[in-house]
Ligand binder design. Sequence first.
Ligand SMILES: NC(=O)c1ccc[n+]([C@@H]2O[C@H](COP(=O)([O-])OP(=O)(O)OC[C@H]3O[C@@H](n4cnc5c(N)ncnc54)[C@H](OP(=O)(O)O)[C@@H]3O)[C@@H](O)[C@H]2O)c1
Length: 318
Amino acid sequence: MLKTYRAVQFTEYGGPDVLEVVRREVPRPGHGQVLVEVRAAGVNPLDWQLRSGAVAAMMPVEFPAVPGGDVAGVVVDVGEDVTGFAAGDEVFGSIGSGGYAEFALAPAAQIARRPANVPWEVAAGLPVAVSTAYQALDDLGVKAGETLVVDGAAGGVGSVAVQIARQLGATVIGTASERNHAYLRSLGAEPVTYGEGLAERIRALAPNGADAAFDTAGKGSLPALVDVTGGPERVVTIADHRAEEHGVRFVFAGAGAVRERLERAAALVVDGALTLSVARTYALSQAADAHRESEGGHVRGKLIIVPDRRGYGCPGSV
Ligand SMILES: NC(=O)c1ccc[n+]([C@@H]2O[C@H](COP(=O)([O-])OP(=O)(O)OC[C@H]3O[C@@H](n4cnc5c(N)ncnc54)[C@H](OP(=O)(O)O)[C@@H]3O)[C@@H](O)[C@H]2O)c1
């Protein structure tokens, strides 16, 4: 096997240009870990929030750091105590960091098998979005027959939450800019535009208000969401740090049940009940561009890093 591999790293907080491609030594997997040859890595807003230092007070980075908490790839080595995975297994999952690379160490407890007909880029885009969406919908207790508002419904977490809520039998009203309204309809949500007057626009679709609301955007819609649901009890946010001021719960992607949620989501993808829009793929050397795009805040679905652009059945890779 190769002794070194390419990875995107940063050694200080800063703008996208602190990201550089370097060679690192291929590690041996330790306790509870597997080594994955990465076929595709998902880009999440947390990646640039960690890189810029914006969340350094809560989540300091240990330098040198390799971004990327979501990967899909092939197991090439397993730690001594790992059971259930072997070299050659195709997997995807949440690894915390280190995904923008040709190889990455993954905690075996946080990965699941990739069904063969789930493309690598789609598998790599699922982990954070899926664990966060399931966590929020579980916390909200969304049930069949209820009406749920998803604010930021065209993004990675929002688009997955819309589709899982539809699977649960809920009616979903999703917010997005107008260019994404047809996309939201294709996911099964009734679209509304976010911003001033949101509560009135939701009431025009749901005259009795909504049963629950999930704010994925963190852009100031909590008062409107509390208004249309009649109180803060069934409103959650993953991105608005003023949640407490509004009596709203802030939800974190749960560390528990990760594999079970990944397997459920992969089964939905295989059944055609869950789709993930891959907005664009990037080479490792284009990681800074991927971060700029994500920071712009208007990605439809997911951005994906593909370490080897020769392609492993990644049709979007050019
Ligand atoms: N707490 C946690 O555990 C957790 C987990 C995952 C993510 N997060 C956080 O949750 C946020 C969303 O993550 P993500 O991966 O879904 O992000 P993302 O994919 O980058 O979200 C982009 C989407 O946000 C929409 N948007 C932009 N401005 C908006 C506004 N004012 N109102 C409503 N929607 C708006 C955009 O729609 P248009 O293009 O139509 O404007 C776009 O589709 C991030 O801040 C992330 O850090 C937290």
